[in-house]
Ligand binder design. Sequence first.
Ligand SMILES: CC(C)(COP(=O)(O)OP(=O)(O)OC[C@H]1O[C@@H](n2cnc3c(N)ncnc32)[C@H](O)[C@@H]1OP(=O)(O)O)[C@@H](O)C(=O)NCCC(=O)NCCS
Length: 165
Amino acid sequence: MVDLTLSPITRTDHAEDALDLAMRAADYVTLEVGHAPNMDFIDSFFTAAPPGLTERDLLHFAIMEGPAMVGMLCIAKGYELPEDWWIGLVLLDPAFRGRGIGRTVVHLIKEAAQAEGIAALKLSVLEANPRAMHFWIREGFLPHRYATATADSDGHNRWVLVYDF
Ligand SMILES: CC(C)(COP(=O)(O)OP(=O)(O)OC[C@H]1O[C@@H](n2cnc3c(N)ncnc32)[C@H](O)[C@@H]1OP(=O)(O)O)[C@@H](O)C(=O)NCCC(=O)NCCS
């Protein structure tokens, strides 16, 4: 498995690093939000909590390969259920994709979640992102429900996936 660490990051100290990573990974950000990454996207990454939660329920990490920040991720603790962790985003620099880093990151998230007694991991995948769907299914996640775009949503259809411990 790839030798990685998950290093906690905050908006105060790491917004520029996160923006730099998001700009390298602009392909995905543009697919999701319809424009290149900017500081609003980074603010949202650090502060946007799912319904019923606050910023204090969010965990943010830089994915580090040695000294290099190769990705970032966000987890919301306690969504959709108190014993769920919701993976809000896993985003890798394109230069580091397809080398097993994603698999190692999922392994580290599963280890941390199990240590906290979490019952399930959940996330949503854009229907327009079939390679990510393939990745999560390979990592043992299963379709949980299908969320169709609504008149006031961002226009994406999504699959919600679940991994039960
Ligand atoms: C999805 C992602 C986290 C997977 O991490 P990874 O390190 O590339 O994945 P691994 O090397 O462990 O596994 C490779 C598999 O990931 C999937 N994958 C998804 N997007 C990929 C990409 N852009 N490049 C390479 N593999 C990708 C493929 O299924 C691939 O399997 P394959 O080789 O049979 O095609 C990473 O590719 C990424 O950050 N993609 C862009 C952002 C994204 O889609 N995030 C997930 C949102 S739900």
